[in-house]
Design a protein around this ligand. Structure first.
Ligand code: NAD
Length: 491
């Protein structure tokens, strides 16, 4: 353990130990004996210090011209790009994502950073005519204040960047509480911002447990915004505790793909493999329910099984690996539990369902057929490589099946019928719908987020992301030199 590096909290521009001195470890889920670092277990006292630093820094940062804030983001993007290879490598080691996907995660962080840097020269309000003469009306954007950002482990650079860069460009200061499964990736992101010249106190990072460090941030009365991405149950308790804050919640998904009988089945198989088993099924947008038209069901099952058999499990750093490990032992046990649940519910296990005999937290890609929409395996977020096939007789039944779920994040339909495609766009209850591609593939200049029990109060990315982290002020300038009364001086 002596050669394992000790990482710190980042508070007021300094790298410091936690007040309690307590620490935790981050390991490699493909080789759990490999320890990647020792991290500080922050608690309420550390959060208090971080909020104090963010409060001090707010006055200067909020008054820094937004294009200047953008320059720091641009430099950060440059540093992330220069270090993309090593950042992706560390990410694969810390959370198991295969190396190509890890590079994609870093690229997404670069993309949102560049995008938000450009927003520094826009941050548009609007002007509109007044109902009175010699009066000018406009809106401007103001920062909200101190933002508490709480993030999950599954996109350990991209998701923190969606929040951090947007909050920064709007002139807010930040206390960032990353996931305890990926503190190394979070630390690297903060290091890039520091090296790019972000003034001290503007961004503070407290690693540590959700129920102490995270919850202290949620409850802190000087924090104006809580932006959270993670599990639905965590989001629910955050909402209960946040008080009168602006709260943005991005939570779980149980995303469906519809495959109609006229679809290009090769394309659809590609989509299900990528959506269902990519990142080992651990994406909020993972396609864990596949709704197949009866007429092509058997053919599709055969094609899918053939492809699943070829998927290679292994360390994500190996170039021929298709599927890396799950994030930790608990996730492996959860997938195993749901296989039993599925079997007991009467679903037909077509392939997989096993924990391979290796040290890492691997799980075989698993496919269930003959699922009904109300089975638990077709309703609950498993966050593992488990896909449920549900067969339907026609388009209306497919729409009903895809909507029969509490979540509403992503969705897809494979069809060559343009009318069905457009009808699906308006009838599917989800924040995202893809036509003839999988449930995955968001781009940073478009809004991202879910409806129903997936999302509450926010979209990230694009101009909607700016809305989450800025206040709109309405401004009236009366240059008539006399008292003019709106709604009263009608002539
Ligand atoms: P999680 O809810 O367990 O943890 C997320 C974050 O919340 C972590 O930083 C954690 O430490 C913190 N936390 C935990 N308990 C807390 C508490 N009581 N108070 C404050 N903070 C607390 O989620 P996870 O396992 O890291 O991530 C997986 C989940 O995230 C899945 O449900 C997935 O669908 C969801 N997710 C959603 C999106 C989206 O955009 N909708 C994106 C990625 C992941």
């Amino acid at each position: 353990m002596s050669d394992v590096k000790n990482f710190k909290l980042y508070v007021d521009g300094e790298w410091v130990n936690s007040v309690s001195g307590e620490t935790f470890l981050s390991d490699n889920p493909a080789k759990p004996k490999q320890i990647l670092g020792i991290f500080q277990k922050g608690n309420q006292e550390d959060i208090n210090k971080a909020v104090e630093a963010a409060e001090k820094a707010f006055e200067v940062w909020s008054q820094t011209p937004a294009p200047k804030r953008g320059l720091i983001l641009l430099r950060t993007a440059q540093l992330l790009r220069e270090n993309k290879k090593s950042l992706a490598r560390e990410m694969t080691m810390e959370m198991g994502k295969i190396i190509a996907e890890a590079r994609g995660d870093v690229q997404e962080a670069i993309d949102i950073t560049e995008y938000m840097a450009g927003e520094g020269r826009r941050l548009f309000g609007f002007t509109t005519p007044s109902e009175l003469r010699k009066k000018f009306c406009m809106t401007i954007r103001m920062p909200v204040g101190i933002c508490g950002l709480i993030t999950p482990w599954n996109f350990p650079m991209a998701i923190p960047s969606w929040k951090i860069m947007t909050a920064l460009i709007c002139g807010n200061t930040i206390v960032f509480k990353p996931s305890s499964d990926t503190p190394l990736c979070a630390t690297r992101l903060v290091e890039a911002l520091e090296e790019a010249g972000l003034p001290k106190g503007v961004l503070n990072m407290v690693t540590g447990p959700g129920d102490t460090a995270g919850m202290s941030l949620v409850r802190h009365n000087k924090v104006e915004v809580i932006s959270f991405t993670g599990h639905k149950d965590t989001g629910t308790s955050i909402l209960r505790e946040a008080g009168l804050k602006r709260v943005g919640l991005e939570m779980g998904g149980k995303n469906g793909i519809i495959i109609m009988d006229d679809a290009n089945l090769d394309l659809a198989v590609d989509g299900v493999i990528w959506g269902g088993y990519g990142t080992t099924g651990q994406r909020c947008t993972a396609a864990s329910r596949v709704i197949v038209h009866d007429r092509i069901k058997e053919k599709f099952e055969t094609m899918l099984i053939k492809r699943i058999k070829k998927l290679k499990l292994g360390d994500g750093l190996e170039p021929d690996t298709d599927i890396g490990p799950l994030i930790n032992k608990a996730a492996q046990e959860k997938s195993a539990k749901y296989v039993e649940v599925g079997k007991n519910e009467g679903a037909k296990l077509l392939i997989g369902g096993k924990v391979p005999k290796t040290d890492g937290f691997f799980f075989a890609p698993t496919l269930f057929a003959d699922c009904s929409v109300d089975m638990r395996i077709a309703q609950e977020e498993i966050f593992g490589p488990i896909v449920s096939l549900i067969s339907v007789g026609d388009f209306d039944e497919a729409i009903e099946a895809i909507n029969s779920i509490e979540y509403g994040l992503s969705s897809a339909i494979y069809t060559n019928d343009v009318s069905k495609a457009f009808e699906a766009i308006t009838r599917i209850e989800a924040g995202l719908t893809y036509i003839n591609s999988s449930t995955i593939g968001s781009e940073v200049h478009l809004p991202f987020g879910g409806i129903k029990h997936t999302g509450l109060g926010a979209r990230e990315g694009g101009i909607e992301g700016i809305n989450e982290f800025s206040e709109i002020k309405t401004v009236y300038v009366d240059y008539s030199g006399k008292l003019q009364k709106a709604q009263i001086d009608l002539a």
